[in-house]
Design a protein around this ligand. Structure first.
Ligand SMILES: [Zn+2]
Length: 182
């Protein structure tokens, strides 16, 4: 396993639509392991392949509670598709690829996702609340969409202006506190 570099906004690879995985086999298994390791190290609760520069429809997620061990709820999904959506929920989201920003985003409260596992099994995932939010956020990544794109134009422009200013001034060094990142 190996850590991969997480691309950050405005890297153009984050805007590209990822392609379905045609053959679920060797290479994908390694990609999925690397992505899980990278997600835990970040730390984040989800990661999509385009975030590590790979244009395939692969995501990993682990939305465990604080007192649970990492790994037990790890989901590795290939070619995930949202088959049903229901209700509405607003959650404060952040993203490993969009530094220094969290914002409330409106999404479906409950979804049904169909996908494949690295073991080539077809699975259905019924998700609510945080898991539903995280899945929708990751599947957005596969479609080349960031949560930034779901904010109002005003918020987006403010964020871009602030990032440009930070680029000019140079980023402050040292670890920053990270909220929920997916
Ligand atoms: Zn994200």
């Amino acid at each position: 396993m190996a850590l991969r570099q997480i691309l950050q906004y405005p890297n153009p690879l984050l805007k590209q639509r990822a392609q379905p995985v045609a053959n679920i086999g060797g290479d994908v298994a390694r990609l999925v392991e690397d992505m899980a390791e990278t997600m835990y190290a970040a730390p984040g609760v989800g990661l999509a392949a385009p975030q590590v520069g790979v244009g395939h429809r692969v995501i990993v997620l682990d939305v465990r509670a604080d007192d649970e061990e990492p790994g037990k709820r790890l989901m590795k999904l290939i070619n995930p598709e949202i088959a049903e959506r229901e209700g509405e929920i607003v959650w404060e989201e952040g993203c490993l690829s969009v530094p220094d920003l969290t914002a409330p985003v409106k999404r479906a409260r409950r979804i049904l996702v169909r996908a494949w596992t690295p073991e080539e099994k077809e699975v259905e995932v019924e998700a609510e609340e945080l898991l539903a939010v995280a899945l929708q956020h990751e599947i957005d990544h596969l479609d080349g969409r960031l949560f930034l794109d779901r904010l109002s134009r005003l918020k987006r422009d403010l964020y871009r202006a602030r990032q440009r200013k930070l680029e000019r001034q140079g980023r402050p060094s040292g670890p920053s506190r990270r909220p929920l990142l997916i």
